[in-house]
Design a protein around this ligand. Structure first.
Ligand code: FRU
Length: 469
């Protein structure tokens, strides 16, 4: 195989303030942690081409969550690398050392994609930069007997003097997704505790639960994960795979998570495989992969593919998760322009920003009328966000795809929008993160952002230029 690192050959879609690899392919965020004064984020990484391939762990760190420094590759697969991958996992600190727990993915000799086994492994670092694989890996070598070979994505945490890990799994009999729980006193010797939750049916809750994560918000336990294979249902579950959560109660002693229905956490085309961490100040922070399996990803032509979302803070209100960009966003704001748009009623459109590249738009409007927000160039409308007032519904459409995405908000007098726009991505936070859309958009020309509405009275707009780093 070609052992040369991929190179970016055209910067046209490169992102300015999102975590992405220097070049090559990335997918899931991994090992999100705070260690010795830095936030660390790792990601599934194939440095040799812009396509998925033998997985490495790419690595970046930041003091403030918004300025990121790329570090050397943290984990590389054993040889032959085409048969071994460092799949997703998480991080934890023990005795002043940073432990990574990851899935070893091993393809068999047949060359078939479904000929594989998976095991769980540890790597340790003192400085947070150089990692050594534990000599007695794997620490969990086989899945439980009633599980298929799909057995991956460890998310580890500590409660008292015990460490716990959950793993995504699949039942052997009905082939549905589930979550497995293990416990350990030292992160190296693990005991299987049981399957804490599983899909009711393949079609409604998925055939494999990837990237499980479990944590408390406002006194409730949340199981966040990425089920594969939930069938589309009218306006729901429209991506190839979904990411969402179940609210419930984890009983560690009985290894059971009593839970409610699965709720999608993001309504855009480009969100998957999220991972959270508890920040030192108590916030629950999250990164997601800003893409979806099998999407076209036009930046592949330029030697790279994929990025992480802007880091988000999760909160729970009325049994619903709100996602907002971390408040450290304000460190990226370099110029503010504030408007209170009071135009005559015969105007039907306003350009809010021209030539966007790294910008934030905050808007409050009366929710009594439809509106359309357009990302527009001289030649095309690249992306639209439409508000359907009657149905409290938001619809995203993109020039490069025929399928739309839909989200709803609770009826309210006002609607607020916060848009984080980067060179080829936009994250839309509606009503303080009640509904969120994560999208890539592809335009060689920097678009203008235009608001169409019949009445611009009481439309408040604040825009910022964001630092490019
Ligand atoms: C999720 C996932 C994980 C796996 C990794 C492989 O997107 O499929 O389950 O560990 O990606 O890159």
């Amino acid at each position: 195989m070609n052992e040369k690192f991929a190179q970016v050959t055209n910067p046209r879609y490169r992102l300015n303030f999102h975590v992405a690899a220097p070049a090559g392919w990335i997918n899931d965020p991994n090992g999100f942690v705070y260690f010795k004064g830095y936030y660390h984020i790792f990601y599934q990484y194939h440095p040799y081409s812009a396509d998925w391939g033998p997985m490495h762990w790419g690595h970046a760190r930041s003091i403030d969550l918004v300025h990121w420094e790329t570090l050397p590759i943290a984990l590389s697969p054993e040889k032959p690398i085409t048969q071994n991958g460092m799949f997703s996992g998480s991080a934890i600190i023990k005795d002043d050392k940073l432990y990574l727990m990851y899935t070893g993915h091993h393809f068999g000799d047949s060359g078939n994609d479904d000929d594989f086994y998976e095991d769980q492994n540890i790597a340790i670092s003192k400085d947070g930069i150089h990692f050594e694989k534990y000599a007695n890996n794997p620490v969990i070598s086989t899945p439980p007997i009633d599980n298929t070979a799909n057995f991956r994505d460890p998310k580890v945490w500590q409660a008292g003097d015990t460490y716990y890990v959950i793993l995504g799994g699949q039942t052997q009999d009905s082939k549905v997704g589930r979550v497995l729980l293990y416990s350990s006193k030292d992160l190296l010797n693990w005991t299987y505790e049981g399957a804490i939750a599983q899909a009711k049916t393949r079609d409604t809750e998925g055939y494999m639960w990837e990237c499980p994560d479990i944590f408390s918000l406002a006194g409730q336990d949340i199981l966040l994960m990425s089920p594969q294979g939930i069938q589309p249902e009218r306006e729901k579950y429209l991506n190839l795979h979904q990411t969402g959560y179940m609210i419930g109660q984890l009983n560690i002693d009985t290894a059971n998570f009593g839970r409610n229905e699965f709720i999608e956490i993001d309504h855009g085309h480009d969100f998957y495989a999220s991972q959270t961490m508890l920040a030192p100040d108590g916030r629950r922070l999250m990164f997601g992969w800003m893409a979806m399996w099998e999407s076209e990803m036009p930046e592949k032509k330029d030697g790279w593919a994929g990025a992480l979302t802007f880091p988000r803070e999760l909160t729970l209100k009325d049994n619903h998760i709100y996602m907002q960009p971390v408040t450290e966003l304000d460190k990226l704001r370099i110029k503010q322009t504030k408007n209170n748009l009071l135009f005559s009623s015969d105007l039907t459109e306003q350009v809010l920003l021209s030539n966007v590249e790294s910008n934030e738009i905050n808007m409050q409007l009366k929710a009594d009328k439809d509106f359309i927000l357009k990302f527009r160039t001289a030649d095309e409308v690249v992306l639209t966000l439409q508000f359907d007032q009657q149905n409290n519904k938001l619809i995203i459409a993109r020039a490069d795809r025929s399928d739309k995405r839909v989200g709803y908000v609770k009826p309210a007098k006002m609607i607020s929008l916060q848009l984080l726009i980067d060179r080829s991505s936009v994250e839309v936070f509606v009503n303080n993160g009640e509904t969120v859309f994560t999208e890539r958009y592809y335009s060689e020309v920097h678009p203008d952002i235009v608001l169409e509405r019949t009445d611009f009275k009481d439309v408040h707009v604040t825009t910022y230029e964001l630092e490019k780093n």
